[in-house]
Structure formats: structure tokens, C-alpha cells
Design a binder for this molecule. Structure first.
Ligand code: IFM
Length: 485
């Protein structure tokens, strides 16, 4: 039996850090799936002047050129090449959308779309092939071309320093469960800031530390494929430490722009009146384990342990990892918070995440646009005021639709933009919204079977064809407003 078969449904939860069992129960709970007491107004909802509309991608998912021009191997190269059923369609990111060679076409697409900003990630092993020591100038040159190309087109970069493609030699030395990886990351960030720190950009430190820690080190459905809750807990702390050290390096370098993390957050609701404690635990595992240290300088006390809904690692071992001063570093002041929003989940008496809403083709993604409003309002209520960017929000093609006539994606985006506008009206400091994704790409353990792009990519010919949602989104951007259906 392959690891993928063993993981079963959990493998499909790969993208959002949902736990094994998140699909338990297949009928949406009626009580939670209906009314919210709010309906979008009949007139188009306008966004504030200067609201940033964007589209997002990540290096491993689109670049290809996995071993070109001195790039070193990442854990995703190793994981996808290993076979063993890691990837649904047996594919790899070796070529992906070949953005490494077709980048200028993709920037032209962005220009046509009319976005103000483009979020992409730098491949650490392209810039520093072994994750420490020597820099690969050709890697830096590629990103210089990309940044210049964005500048020429008047598009502001939103640069993610790390989107899961850890250099393999660092994994061989222990990976994120090892504290040294955080220091290596800060060195890598130094290199990047030295090279590109004079460019006015949004800087994002690490993308979804939750997904990498849980899917990569707890469930084993993502690279590096480890199944050890203690390793996952350590990967959480060391990624957050890497984030904090990078924010400090950013300030020390006097880098232009502003910096923050990208956290994928998931509102959770009890499916049973008696599941309150379980829901609080799941909320800690999914949300506050990341929000609290970054924004308050503390870890929640109920995230780790053996109670239902907790991350089943040893709390004492976790506490021993947190050295004096770590939380102060992690809570270094940020300029903005990146939030990836894909949906919500219910929690049952076992502390298992269960289905309470209809999912997209990605069965971890329970579509519930009002959850975005709830999440943003909660951030406003529970945390200090910090500008917020929705750094990812999107949906894969509905398999019942022709991929190019993606009206389901339009419905999804419309409803989420409306909830974003509603939150802004309610005083949330939301400043931008990036659609995931600009183009179809390698969807991690799902390979090319899930297509999140506004632009279709034919992975045989690499031809790009905008979907219907591309034109719809261009119109929203032009009007800076979202019209009712
Ligand atoms: O494709 C991923 C992305 O890399 C991280 N956030 C979720 C997306 C959809 O699964």
C-alpha cells in the first residue's frame, strides 16, 4: 500500500493543513450551512481607493527548471521524484508551467488582467543551492529579470521568501524540526535583502507554516513525508522563529516596503453543543498557535497535548524548544499580516474536523464566504491593529464545468469579495486581495489534477488560455467594485 493510499482522504487535505479525518461525515450540517443574516446590497460594493488587487503563485508550483542554471534540489523535488504514490497523478514539478522560461508571457497576462500587485515566491535552492553557504548568481539573476519585468509593467511585487521548497541538504540535516534551519533561513533572507532590498515591495516571510508543519511532518502527505507530531510541533516553532529573525533582518537592512507572515486561518465551529472544548483546541491548532506568538508574543496553552482536537505532541518537549527571547523575536513588529482564506470546518466530539459546508473539488475546502468576514472581524477584535492582506483565496476548477467557462469560480470570487468589502465597511484594515492562482499549476500532492488558475495551462503544450473568470476579475479590478450577480 502506498503512503497516499494509506493516508486516503487525508492526502487530499494537503493544501490547507487540515487533519486526518477532516472529511468525516459527508452531509453538511444544516444549522450552520444556511443563514448569516446578511445579504449583499443591490448596488455594486466599492473598495477603497488604493485597494490592491492581485494574483498569486509560488516557485515550485509554476517554475519548472528544477535543476537548471545551478539550482539545488528541494524537498519537493525529492518527494515527487520518489514515486511511492506521493503525488495523485504521479507527476512532478520538474517542468510545471515552465514559468522559468515563459515568465515574460505570464507577466503580460498580469498586465492584461490589470492587477496592481503580483505575489510570487523565491526558490531558496535556486538562490542558495544547498541552503547554506554559496549563492547561485544565476538564481538571483532570474528573479532580477522577473522584478524588472514587473517594474516595467507597473506591477508591485509581493515577494514570498519561502513557499515550502526547503533545500534538500537542510532536510538531510534535520529540516524544520531542527533549530539550525531557522538560522539558515535568516542567512538566506539576508542574501535576498542584500540583492533586492532597494525594491519597493510587500515582503512575505513564510507561506502557511501550518501546512508545511502538519502535512509535511505530522500527516506525511506533503514533503518531506514525515509522520511525527513532535517533529511537526518543532517545525511550527522553528518556522515562526525563522519568521521573526527575518523580520529583524528586514529592519536591520532598511529594506523598502513592509513585511509580514502568510498564515492560513480556518474558522471552526462545534457541530455539537458538547464539543466546545474540542473546538477551542482545534482553533488553537489551526489558528492561535500561529496568530498568538506573532501578534501577542505568547503560545496558546491548549494547542499541544493529548486531549481531543489537540496536536498530539509532548507539551514539555515543545516548551523545551522555546528558548528565552524566542517569543520576543517571533513577535517582532510586522508591517502587515497575510491571510490565506479557503473556508471553514466543523468540529465534532472527537475533536475531528468535519464537513459542515459543500466543498470544492478539493475536498478539504469547505466553501463558506461569510467565514471570511467572521475571520476578519475576529482578527480585528482579538489582535492589535495591523494592516491585512488576503494573500490567497481561490478554488479549483469545478470538474462538472468546462475548465474555461469557470462560472463556479466567478461565483466563489464574487461572494468572497463581497464579504471582504463588508469587513472593510465594518472597520477591518483590509488593504488587498490576491486570487490564488494566476495560472494553473502543480497542486502539491494533487499534482495537476486540481487547477486553481484564472488562466488555463495545457501542460503538454504549455499554452496559456485565460478562463472566463479572468475577464470577470479584470472588470472588478477596473471598476474597483464587485457587482451583485
Ligand atoms: O496551492 C496551494 C498554495 O500553495 C498554498 N495555499 C493553498 C493553495 C491551494 O491548495
Amino acid at each position: 500500500m502506498t503512503r497516499r493510499q494509506l493516508l486516503g482522504a487525508a492526502g487530499a487535505l494537503a493544501a490547507s493543513g487540515f487533519g486526518v479525518g477532516a472529511l468525516a461525515g459527508c452531509t453538511p450540517t444544516q444549522a450552520t450551512a444556511t443563514h448569516t443574516g446578511w445579504a449583499p446590497p443591490a448596488a455594486p460594493m466599492k473598495f477603497p481607493k488604493g485597494y490592491v488587487w492581485g494574483a498569486a503563485t509560488s516557485a515550485y508550483q509554476i517554475e519548472g527548471a528544477w535543476n537548471a542554471d545551478g539550482k539545488g534540489p528541494s524537498i519537493w523535488d525529492t518527494f515527487s521524484h520518489a514515486g511511492e504514490g506521493h503525488i495523485a497523478d504521479g507527476s512532478t514539478g520538474d517542468v510545471a508551467a515552465d514559468h522559468y522560461h515563459l515568465w515574460s508571457h505570464d507577466l503580460d497576462l498580469l498586465k492584461r488582467l490589470g492587477v496592481g500587485a503580483y505575489r510570487f515566491s523565491l526558490s531558496w535552492p535556486r538562490i542558495q543551492p544547498t541552503g547554506s553557504g554559496a549563492v547561485n548568481q544565476k538564481g538571483l539573476d532570474f528573479y532580477k529579470r522577473l522584478l524588472d519585468g514587473l517594474g516595467e509593467r507597473g506591477i508591485r511585487p509581493a515577494i514570498t521568501l519561502f513557499h515550502w521548497d526547503l533545500p534538500q541538504p537542510l532536510q538531510d540535516a534535520g529540516g524544520w524540526p531542527s533549530r539550525d534551519t531557522a538560522n539558515r533561513f535568516a542567512d538566506y533572507a539576508d542574501i535576498v535583502f542584500g540583492a533586492f532590498g532597494d525594491i519597493d515591495a510587500e515582503w512575505l516571510t513564510l507561506n502557511e507554516p501550518k501546512t508545511l508543519a502538519y502535512n509535511g511532518y505530522w500527516y506525511g502527505s506533503h514533503a518531506p513525508g514525515i509522520m511525527d507530531p513532535n517533529a511537526a510541533a518543532a517545525a511550527v516553532h522553528h518556522q515562526l522563529l525563522a519568521h521573526g529573525l527575518t523580520v529583524q533582518a528586514f529592519t536591520a537592512h532598511g529594506v523598502k516596503g513592509r513585511i509580514g507572515p502568510v498564515l492560513n486561518l480556518t474558522p471552526v465551529k462545534p457541530t455539537d453543543a458538547a464539543a466546545k472544548e474540542q473546538t477551542k483546541n482545534v482553533d488553537a491548532v489551526q489558528n492561535t498557535l500561529f496568530l498568538d506568538p506573532v501578534l501577542k508574543g505568547v503560545y496558546p496553552t491548549n494547542a499541544i497535548g493529548t486531549a481531543n482536537g489537540q496536536l498530539p505532541a509532548d507539551p514539555d518537549r515543545f516548551a523545551a524548544l522555546v528558548k528565552d527571547g524566542d517569543l520576543k523575536i517571533i513577535a517582532s513588529p510586522i508591517g502587515m499580516l497575510g491571510v490565506n482564506y479557503y473556508g471553514v470546518a466543523g468540529v465534532d466530539l472527537n475533536g475531528t474536523m468535519v464537513k459542515i459546508h459543500k466543498t470544492s473539488t478539493a475536498d478539504w475546502e469547505q466553501i463558506w464566504a461569510p467565514g471570511l468576514y467572521e475571520l476578519l472581524m475576529r482578527l480585528k477584535k482579538d489582535y492589535k491593529k495591523v494592516p491585512i492582506l488576503i494573500t490567497e483565496n481561490g478554488v479549483p476548477d469545478d470538474l462538472m464545468q468546462n475548465g474555461l467557462k469557470d462560472t463556479a469560480r466567478i461565483d466563489y470570487l464574487r461572494s468572497h469579495f463581497q464579504q471582504a468589502a463588508r469587513a472593510i465597511e465594518a472597520g477591518v484594515p483590509l488593504q488587498g486581495h490576491y486570487v490564488w492562482a494566476l495560472i494553473d499549476n502543480f497542486e502539491w500532492a494533487e499534482g495537476y489534477t486540481e487547477r486553481f488558475g484564472l488562466v488555463n495551462v495545457n501542460f503538454d503544450t504549455l499554452k496559456r488560455t485565460p478562463k472566463k473568470s479572468f475577464g470577470w476579475y479584470a472588470d472588478v479590478i477596473e471598476k474597483n467594485a464587485v457587482a451583485p450577480k
